[in-house]
Design a protein around this ligand. Structure first.
Ligand code: NAP
Length: 284
């Protein structure tokens, strides 16, 4: 039996992705959430629409929770066919926490926790698997203005390693705490840095799986859902969650032997140059 896993599936774009997968995926769709009640309510909501998904608890910030899911998947499915890393956090504009605190929390979840999920779940990827990292318009490399910094992110292959990228993320958190992040070329948004980090990580991940002789045709891409009407956007986004799910569903269902690998996929499913752009002007 094939299995597709979606993190943060109880609401917003993740819920839209679960709904879309439930319609087209030939296997079990696992809607995961960090809160059982919220997750089960989402499952029931889809049941009312005649769609079937299964629930599993998953808090991406808790390595034990991730390990528990990995054990369950190994026992029940013995592999993973689709993994959508959707769960993320964003402080509101009006948040009063100091910038350094926001940086620590945002980078921890949106970058390091996603990395931990991948580290624990990737050993289960089957040949032909599709992994979708839900990045953002905010994950576009052009938002890093410091030329030296940008050049570091832009490198791929053996130059940009997990160690180097982790170091960049830690440097941002330290700089945010010290208050000299802008002078070092970092943007004034913890969310932007977390998503640029996730997008850069996607490129490393694709490189690694492509080099793995035990895995064939695994595609790992990073997507921008558009500006979506969810709690995260304080419901200012203009797209519905189903419209927002479109690019993730495209990346999750890429056909066999696709050459869409390690790519930055916009909300309308066009493939953009993450390093040099351009990106659409309206960002939607
Ligand atoms: P949302 O409505 O705030 O939903 C976020 C989801 O992530 C919720 O299910 C939340 O669970 C879950 N989550 C957060 N931390 C988690 C953790 N530690 N473990 C497990 N689940 C966790 O946000 P959204 O707008 O749907 O965003 C979905 C994705 O799209 C995110 O990656 C976001 O960055 C990206 N994105 C959104 C927009 C937009 O306009 N909305 C634009 C670009 C990119 P709880 O319900 O338990 O909090």
């Amino acid at each position: 039996m094939k299995v597709a896993i979606v993190t943060g599936g109880n609401k917003g774009v993740g819920f839209g992705i679960c709904r879309g997968l439930a319609k087209v995926f030939n296997g079990d769709v696992l809607l995961t959430a960090r809160n059982e009640e919220r997750g089960m309510n989402a499952v029931k909501e889809l049941e009312k629409e005649g769609l079937t998904v299964k629930f599993h608890l998953l808090d991406i910030d808790d390595p034990k929770s991730v390990a528990h899911l990995a054990g369950f998947i190994k026992g029940k499915y013995s592999g993973i066919d689709v993994l959508v890393n959707n769960a993320a956090v964003a402080f509101k504009q009006a948040a009063t926490e100091p910038f350094g605190v926001q940086a620590k929390v945002t980078i921890a979840t949106n970058y390091f926790s996603v990395q931990d999920c991948c580290n624990q779940l990737f050993p289960l990827l089957r040949s032909g698997a599709r992994v979708v990292n839900v990045s953002s318009m905010a994950g576009y490399l052009g938002l890093i203005k410091g030329a030296d910094l940008k050049a570091k992110f832009a490198t791929s292959g053996s130059t940009l390693t997990y160690e180097v990228l982790d170091g960049l993320m830690k440097d941002f958190v330290d700089s945010a705490n010290a208050g000299d992040h802008a002078a070092k070329g970092w943007p004034n948004s913890t969310y932007v840095v977390s998503k640029v980090g996730l997008s850069a990580m996607t490129r490393i991940q694709q490189q690694k799986v492509s080099e793995d002789s035990n895995l064939k045709d695994v595609a790992i891409n990073h997507v921008h859902p558009g500006y979506v009407d969810t709690d995260m956007s304080s419901h200012k986004g203009t797209k519905t969650i189903d419209e927002g799910a479109k690019s993730a569903l495209f990346a999750a269902t890429l056909p066999p032997n696709t050459d869409v690998k390690g790519k930055y996929i916009w909300s309308d499913c066009q493939i953009l140059d993450w390093v040099n752009g351009p990106i659409p002007g309206n960002w939607n």
